[in-house]
Design a protein around this ligand. Structure first.
Ligand SMILES: [Zn+2]
Ligand SMILES: [Zn+2]
Ligand SMILES: [Zn+2]
Ligand SMILES: [Zn+2]
Ligand SMILES: [Zn+2]
Ligand SMILES: [Zn+2]
Ligand SMILES: [Zn+2]
Length: 1765
């Protein structure tokens, strides 16, 4: 943008300016003086530059600093410092939370869950020792430390604890400030705030307020400003911008990000017409995509505005001003107080500036809102006096603010409406607002207005399936209502004013409930299924939001008698009004000889609603009456009382509907009904639905005559006919018999519930703790449960507390889980204490059907095991409260006795068509309750209750009937028979208590043996058991499949014998134990004669011997790039095309790892299997591709047996070593090392042909004779024989074509996956990659074993050993079999590295310190046999394989020597061990040490002591020797000595010796270098006298590799999870300055924090847009990553760009449970075991495998866009 010259260099004199202000401020309008200055300088600072730092610098210089100087009349810093010292620091912490910051709430002391502490306060508060909850802030809100209303105890943290002199508190903080400062501050605050408000609410886009308008015409500099909306997606905005303002994708993303974050963004600048054009384009373009997809959505265009740059500049300055003001007012309490008063002062238009800002909220863009809210919070809300004023204004405008919010589309938390939580939750404020400003009515009326549009013609709410945003937004009022209700007054706190306004609020609330009462009515479908599932969720959502409010309203009513009476009367009025009680018709119903007038209504055919909030609220109020000695009939209560029958009618209808639905009568009403019934009973809703209905029935039962009540029930259930004695005599007519039987069962169930559910406040003599206890007991009767499972099953109170923790210890024991292998943490479980088992009630009304049958099963099983009676009798219920005691009359009323006798008679009959065992069980249960009550009545001396006399009054006495059925053979369950027995016994006992004569033989009869029954029962059980067994078998085979899935972890030590796999070959065969085995060199042990190796194909199940002549077999394999062993991070190999892998760098930065699940197949079986997958994939439509746990493009497949991810196969080869010694084992015929070295040296010298241009040398092996010619005769012969005559069994047979093909296949994959390049069989690097992956996999497994402290052999898992065996054999076989010429070249090239004199011109850029010698060793051993192989002479199938002979021994010697020099050169003292006396080895090493250091020209200050060196070398050589032992073990098949398979302390001390012996090398490492002739010395000199080496050693910045190579670990994590949360709350997106990151994610490998799952940090990687985590996974982990998503508290695994999964985090709460998503908020601590588990998972390269398994078992994971994380 062109700058106006006048903007560039305005005259500026700071001092003069301030001086001028000083002299003018008292005289008049200070604001205009300021504006004069701003008119120019605001444009200078803001208009001209996109450079934010420059703009900020100018702002401070020209604009803010003069203000501060004016304010202070001196140096601002000094003045502020003075103010601070005088300041009485506020005892409120008031720390404003950033998004994602941790917050803590005390579950014991907080007034409500919105009261929170910041981390700093929490750490020094008493609540740290309490039960607390941790969560992350959504931003906004502040720390409540110091607020006496927020905390019951522990109001202050250690930091904010007030000083002892509390007298000062009342002092006006402004008195501490000098008067002149106050004067200046007043004009300044007022002026700046006015300006700010004016500019933020300025709605002209092309001109400024008069006194800010620059002189003359405005320049033609405009911007096109894009505003945020919630309609368009990120992608839509980006696409639109790219098209409309032709910017790059990156720019568009940046614009979109800014719009999303700040609410608006400039998208283009230029002349007015340019911007106008852009605006049109954007609006047009953005409205199109929507139209294309759906016409219904309308075509809302993006909001764009063309604004003059000057306007934008002033608005930006206004925002900056807000920040500045905040900064100033925190300097002292006095200043803040002054600022608050001024901002609340009424201005000309009678509104205060804060009020203007408040009302303008929805007109502002996002940042402007957020900033102004923050100013309010730091200002008026921190000041007690102003807060009150502000709250009153807020309440006055509440309706308008909510209306504006509903029409707006910004999130609630960036709306001014969200300040309600800051205001209404302050108890004293809320109380004031409720009493004096009618807050409750205001809120509810606001909500009722929003409800208007949802009303149907009957005046009930109705919702459509696609709910509108507006109504959802309006529902935020219900939260506000809850906040307002938290300030529940105690019984002494009520005033008449409060009473009146509360009742007014309640009346409004009842109006709301009336809109819901009877909504969503349903009618039973009989003929056809419902065509459309009716909408049902809306009503339940509303119910959920109302629940807390209902509870709180009831709580308020409970504390004041007068209020309760008034509320009760109003509610009855509401009830009568919406039920049309007067129009109800009745009908007379008879049952046997009794009758009642029932309300005529057929649930089966007339409409019915499950929503009865008014009725239920009435029930709730009724249960409170007792507290104030009020009764239904109390004269205070409503004069027009409903009839009990009317009260129970509506809840009863719902019960009948549920019963009918259980009897399958509502099948045709579809899922909507089933869902409604489900939620009606669900723990989330039941407290204010189902439970209240039962309560209402109990209320009815307590007021009505027992007989009548039962007849009402029978009638509604449609059972009067069933209750006729004659019903049992078959008439052959009743089609609905089955239904009637079920309904009768449901009816009895309801009666049981009405009688036995007394655990409700006001109903039974119970405490709140008793109620929770009972819930817990019944949950635990189903099965032991984890803490979270138990908590989930319990209802929450309005503070989201279940009360679980207070009672659970009384009734249950917590059993910590024993951490098993691979177990994720230890999730402990609660088990019920045995003494509470007797409280079990199978008819517990919160049980679902499944719960009931599961718990019964569990209890019967337990009793059976203990040899107890299997009866599940009713537990003794608590006493009813007096008000509810009349319910007991149900038990002794005539109809009840009649029903008892009726059912018992039917049970005693030989055949009964209408009886079911369930009915019998239930009637026995009822009799049981009656007997319990009888017993209590006798004890209490209560003669009114006399069940016993009633029960034997008539002809059919209950006892006789029971006796007649006790020995019946009709029962299918022993538990019923036992229940009859129990009932009889109890009956006799109770009769005895009443001193009635009881014949003892009844009791005896009862306990008589029941042989026959038992026999029949046993037979039945046997059949059942057989059936179950078969079922289990079927399940088992399913489980086995799953087991394979779940347990194929790499760390399994033993193979499961279930699956065919390689027979362990010679490893375990008995060899000669007398001599120790030696694997390499002239003295090597012959492998024992072993049984042939066999394998079974998992695909065709055929077993065969593994030979070269048989069909080829392969193992599944997964090859991946790996940085697990890397000693430097962040530079994983990414350009495989240019990389020369021959010399692996010693920091192991990227290796290639091969693993296998160990499952074997025929090569051709596998090929068919794989072709099948390809075929299936090809047929799949394109758009369904990729949604797989394996990526077919990358040749991935799942092992057909265990579903382990694989991308290649390794050929399984037979043993490759000769079974007979190559030549006579006469040692003197063997070649000496120095001769071998000499021969190799000569070979190398003759094989490297340097060309003219220095860089490129040619490597062509010279003929063997060229070398031998230069040797002494006998030496030449021996040297020659190294390559001549090894006849091995494979050679004769040769490799079959199939084997060759599989070798080729594997090497191709090792090459292309190992380097990340396209396959290329002819590439020279193919053999190198085969060797490298072999070396790397060995090193990796060696580290795992070392890390776990396991011995080298013996405890390797079978999948590890199978894989390594195959890898070693393939590497050995591949080289000569496939590509001898290239291998020869590589061999020369390798050797020339150690014989640098071969290349005179070439400068090596690597020294001996830079190369990993184990990789070198593997390559050398594998290539050496081919070195002098004469391909022209040898037959094509002739194989020259490494066999552990002289060649290998000498090669090992050479490489070890180099490694020793590496170790000595890098030795760093500080290593301590026990001093060893007379250590000759140490002396020898020291000589070498000194020699090589002087050769390298490096002087060490104090050379080590001999013994130190000796100890160090032994320790440091170990990893290399261990790897080498693994290599030669699989190469030669020589059994490792027993010491290497043991993990005793002794054997680990001896490990070094054992390894040396096994490898056939001298125990004294110094001998590797000493006394091997001149050549060796020359070589050592050449290695050390090397400029590269010198550079490496001196460059202190470069971290040198240390030996022994350290084992990488995942980063260490803090014990307390909140530390992590706190850490990430300070983390900001690295790409956009100062912004929080939405999904901060931590790499567990290197500890780097990333801004994941966010547009801001997406990058291009290999041509694809990827998220920060994916990109990092490539750099840090070569494609595989393991991350901790801190906000979500979960582990993210990523592999191969498109795949990932989440696994549980290593953090657990006190109950051993993780909290993914941090939903429960229990304090979390690091679980070592599960972190170790993750560590192992990473070390063993199991990330891709874990991901594949997770994706397989959880299809929803496939839909996640992993690459954008
Ligand atoms: Zn705090
Ligand atoms: Zn504090
Ligand atoms: Zn506490
Ligand atoms: Zn097969
Ligand atoms: Zn497998
Ligand atoms: Zn970012
Ligand atoms: Zn990393």
């Amino acid at each position: 943008m062109a700058l106006r010259s006048s903007l560039q260099a305005p005259e500026f004199n700071h001092k003069a300016l301030v001086q001028q202000w000083h002299s003018s401020y008292q005289t008049g309008d200070f604001l205009s003086t300021l504006k004069q200055h701003w008119r120019e300088y605001v444009l200078v600072a803001f208009q001209a530059s996109d450079d934010q730092t420059r703009s900020e610098r100018l702002t401070i210089k020209y604009l803010l600093s003069p203000l501060e100087h004016f304010l202070c009349n001196g140096e601002p810093e000094a003045v502020f410092q003075q103010l601070k010292e005088k300041d009485q620091p506020s005892q409120l912490c008031g720390h404003v939370f950033k998004n994602g910051e941790p917050t803590y709430s005390c579950r014991e002391c907080a007034t409500d869950p919105t009261c929170v502490l910041c981390m700093e306060c929490f750490q020094t508060s008493v609540h740290k020792q309490h039960r607390y909850r941790m969560s992350t802030s959504g931003g906004g809100g502040y720390c409540d430390c110091g607020d006496a209303e927020a905390w019951k105890v522990g109001v202050f943290c250690g930091k904010h604890q007030p000083q002892s002199d509390e007298m000062e508190e009342s002092k006006n903080p402004m008195e501490l400030i000098p008067d002149d400062l106050i004067d200046r501050a007043s004009v300044l605050f007022l002026a700046t705030l006015r300006y700010t408000v004016e500019m933020l609410t300025w709605d002209h886009s092309d001109r400024l307020p008069d006194n800010l308008q620059p002189d003359g015409e405005l320049t033609d500099n405009y911007v096109c400003m894009l505003f945020n909306d919630e309609v368009h997606t990120y992608e839509q905005v980006i696409n639109t911008l790219q098209r409309a303002v032709s910017c790059t994708h990156k720019e568009a993303v940046d614009f979109a990000t800014t719009v999303d974050k700040e609410g608006r963004s400039t998208v283009t600048t230029g002349s007015f017409s340019d911007c106008e054009k852009a605006r049109n384009l954007i609006e047009k373009d953005s409205s199109e995509p929507l139209r294309r997809y759906t016409s219904r959505h309308g075509a809302k265009a993006l909001k764009v505005q063309v604004m003059h740059t000057a306007v934008v500049a002033h608005q930006q300055f206004a925002l900056r001003m807000i920040q500045w003001l905040q900064n100033i007012i925190v300097q002292s309490d006095g200043l803040r107080h002054l600022f608050c008063q001024l901002s609340m002062q009424q201005q000309e238009n009678e509104q205060s500036l804060m009020e203007i800002l408040l009302l303008a909220d929805t007109q502002l863009w996002k940042t402007a809102r957020v900033q102004s809210h923050q100013l309010m919070m730091a200002g008026v809300l921190m000041d007690q006096e102003c807060k009150k004023k502000f709250s009153i204004i807020f309440t006055r405008h509440y309706t308008n603010l909510m209306k504006a919010f509903c029409m707006d589309d910004h999130d609630h938390d960036v709306s001014i409406a969200s300040l309600s939580v800051q205001i209404f939750t302050v108890i004293s404020l809320a109380r004031l607002l409720v009493a004096e400003h009618n807050l409750l009515a205001v809120i509810i009326k606001t909500f009722l207005q929003a409800c208007e549009e949802k009303k149907n013609k009957d005046g009930k709410l109705t919702f459509e399936r696609t709910g509108t945003q507006t109504f959802k937004r309006a529902c935020f009022s219900l939260h506000d209502l809850k906040y307002a209700l938290i300030c529940k007054p105690g019984s002494g706190e009520w005033t008449d004013e409060l009473r009146n306004s509360f009742i007014e609020g309640l009346t409004c609330f009842l109006d709301l409930l009336k809109l819901i009462e009877d909504m969503d009515q349903v009618k039973r479908q009989t003929g056809q299924h419902l065509e459309f599932e009716p909408e049902w969720e809306g009503a339940f959502n509303l119910q959920l939001k109302l629940e807390d409010n209902i509870v709180l309203f009831l709580d308020w009513c409970s504390t004041d008698r007068q209020v309760l009476i008034e509320a009760y009367n109003r509610t009855i009025e509401a009830f009568r009004c919406c039920k049309d009680i007067d129009k109800i018709k009745t009908t007379k119903i008879e049952v046997d000889e009794w009758s009642a007038k029932c309300i005529k209504y057929d649930v089966g055919s007339q409409p019915i609603s499950i929503h009865l909030p008014v009725t239920r609220f009435l029930a709730g109020l009724h249960s409170l009456l007792g507290q104030h000695e009020l009764y239904f009939e109390s004269p205070d209560c409503s004069l027009v009382r409903p009839d009990p029958a009317e009260l129970i009618e509506f809840p009863l209808r719902v019960q009948v509907m549920v019963a009918q639905s259980n009897a399958n009568m509502w099948r045709r009403n579809g899922y909507a009904l089933i869902n409604q019934i489900f939620f009606y009973h669900n723990v989330k809703c039941r407290t204010e639905m189902y439970d209240r209905d039962i309560l209402m029935l109990q209320i009815g039962a307590s007021m009505a005559d027992g007989n009548e009540f039962l007849i009402h029930l029978l009638y509604k259930f449609g059972l009067p006919i069933w209750a006729k004695e004659s019903y049992d005599t078959p008439s052959g007519q009743d089609n609905s018999l089955r239904q009637t039987v079920l309904l009768a069962e449901e009816f009895l169930n309801l009666v049981v519930i009405i009688l036995s559910e007394r655990y409700m406040m006001g109903v039974g003599e119970v405490t709140r703790a008793d109620i929770v206890k009972r819930e817990v007991i019944h949950q635990l009767c189903i099965s032991p449960l984890a803490h979270s499972e138990l908590a989930k099953a319990l209802p929450e109170d309005t503070n989201h507390e279940t009360g679980l923790e207070d009672v659970v210890k009384d009734v249950a024991n917590f059993k910590k889980a024993t951490v098993g292998k691979g177990a994720q943490g230890g999730k402990g479980k609660y088990e019920l204490k045995p003494e509470f088992l007797s409280s079990y009630n199978p008819y517990f009304y919160h049980y679902t059907k499944t719960d009931k049958s599961k718990s019964e099963e569990a209890q019967v099983k337990r009793k059976k095991e203990n040899n107890e009676s299997q009866a599940l009798p009713p537990p003794v219920p608590p006493k009813f409260k007096p008000q509810f005691a009349p319910i007991m009359n149900l038990l002794q009323c005539d109809v009840m006795i009649y029903l008892m006798e009726l059912i018992l008679t039917r049970a005693a009959a030989t055949r009964s068509r209408s009886l079911s065992e369930t009915q019998l069980e239930r009637i026995l249960h009822l009799i049981g309750i009656a007997l319990h009550e009888q017993r209590r009545a006798i004890t209490d001396g209560n003669t009114e209750f006399d069940f016993l006399s009633k029960a034997k009054k008539d002809g059919k006495c209950i006892q006789t009937l029971l006796e007649s059925i006790v020995n019946s053979h009709n029962f299918t369950h022993d538990s019923i028979r036992d229940l009859v027995t129990w009932t009889l016994k109890t009956l006799s006992e109770v009769r005895q208590m009443k001193n009635e004569p009881v014949s003892m033989d009844t009791v005896e009869k009862v306990s008589s043996p029941r042989d026959e029954k038992a026999k029949a029962a046993r037979e039945k059980k046997r059949i059942a058991a057989e059936k179950r067994r078969q079922k289990i078998m079927a399940q088992m085979s399913q489980m086995q499949k799953n087991f394979i899935k779940d347990n194929s972890e790499l760390f399994e030590n033993t193979s499961t014998e279930l699956f065919p796999r390689i027979d362990s070959d010679m490893d375990l065969s008995e060899t000669d134990t007398s001599s120790l085995p030696i694997a390499v060199g002239p003295h090597r042990t012959l492998p024992g004669q072993s049984s042939p190796m066999c394998g079974m194909c998992i695909l065709c199940q055929e077993e065969q011997e593994i030979t070269l002549s048989n069909k080829a077999m392969v193992l599944t394999a997964f090859i991946q790039k790996s940085t697990v062993l890397a000693l430097t991070r962040g530079n994983a190999l990414s350009h495989g095309d240019e990389y020369d892998p021959l010399l692996m760098r010693s920091d192991l930065s990227t290796g290639s790892h091969t693993s296998s699940c160990g499952h074997m197949m025929h090569a051709d079986c596998w090929q068919r299997f794989f072709d099948g997958i390809l075929e299936r994939e090809r047929r799949r439509p394109l758009r369904f591709r990729h949604n797989f746990s394996y990526d077919i493009e990358k040749m991935e497949f799942l092992c057909p047996l265990c579903e382990c991810i694989s991308n290649s196969v390794i050929p399984v080869l037979p043993a490759i070593f000769p079974t007979t010694q190559a030549s006579n084992s006469d040692s003197c015929t063997h070649l000496h090392f120095h001769d071998w070295l000499d021969g190799i040296h000569k070979t190398v010298l003759n094989s490297v042909k340097e060309s003219e241009d220095f860089d490129d040398a040619e490597y062509q092996t010279c003929p063997l004779t060229t070398v031998t010619k230069q040797m002494a005769e006998n030496v030449a012969q021996k040297f020659h024989s190294l390559w001549s005559c090894i006849q091995d069994p494979m050679a004769s047979a040769g490799l079959s074509l199939e084997h060759r093909e599989m070798l080729r296949k594997y090497s191709r994959d090792a090459y292309s996956f190992g380097l990340g390049v396209d396959p290329d069989d002819d590439n020279a690097r193919v053999p190198i990659m085969v060797w490298n992956t072999c070396a790397f996999s060995i090193q990796s497994i060696e580290q795992i074993l070392r890390d776990e402290g396991k011995p080298l052999f013996g405890q390797m898992s079978s999948r590890q050993s199978d894989c390594l065996r195959s890898l070693v054999r393939v590497a050995a076989t591949y080289s000569p079999a496939i590509n001898t010429d290239i291998v020869k070249q590589h061999c020369i090239k390798l050797l020339s590295f150690l014989f640098p004199d071969a290349c005179k011109n070439k400068k090596f850029d690597l020294c001996v310190l830079d190369v990993d010698m184990f990789h070198y060793l593997v390559a050398l051993v594998m290539s050496l046999p081919s070195l002098h192989l004469d391909t022209s002479v040898a037959p094509s199938n002739y194989l020259q394989l490494p066999s552990g002979g002289d060649n290998e021994l000498h090669a090992l010697h050479l490489v070890l020597a180099v490694h020793l020099i590496q170790i000595l050169l890098l030795y760093d003292q500080g290593d301590c061990g026990m001093e060893v006396d007379g250590d000759y080895e140490g002396e020898a090493l020291l000589i070498i040490y000194n020699k090589i250091h002087s050769l390298a020209n490096i002087q060490k200050e104090n050379p080590p002591l001999p013994w130190q060196l000796s100890v160090h070398v032994r320790k440091t050589m170990l990893p290399f020797l261990r790897c080498t032992a693994i290599l030669f073990h699989y190469l030669t098949g020589v059994t490792a000595p027993a010491e290497l398979s043991e993990s005793s302390e002794e054997s680990s001390k001896q490990e070094f010796d054992s390894l040396c012996r096994y490898l056939g090398i001298n125990l004294h490492m110094s001998r590797l270098v000493d006394n091997h002739g001149e050549l060796m010395d020359t070589l050592v000199t050449r290695w050390c006298k090397n400029s590269v080496l010198k550079e490496t050693l001196s460059a202190s910045s470069q971290p040198l590799v240390q030996y022994p190579l350290k084992i990488n670990k995942l980063i260490s994590l803090p014990d307390d999870y909140s530390e992590l949360i706190n850490k990430v709350s300070a983390f900001t997106c690295p790409k956009s300055v100062g912004d929080d990151s939405r999904a901060p994610t931590m790499c567990l490998v290197c500890g780097k924090m990333l801004c994941s799952q966010s547009y801001c940090c997406q990058t291009e990687f290999e041509g694809v847009t990827v998220g920060a985590a994916t990109e990092h996974a490539y750099r840090c982990g070569a494609g595989a990553g393991i991350f901790l998503r801190v906000r979500e508290c979960q582990i993210l695994l990523l592999a191969g760009r498109t795949k990932g999964c989440f696994v549980p985090p290593p953090y657990i709460d006190a109950y051993g449970e993780t909290d993914q998503g941090l939903r429960r908020g229990n304090p979390l601590h690091l679980c070592r075991e599960s972190y170790d588990h993750l560590q192992k998972l990473w070390m063993s390269h199991a990330i891709p495998e874990t991901i594949a398994h997770n994706l397989e078992s959880n299809a929803t994971l496939l839909t996640i866009d992993w690459q954008h994380l």
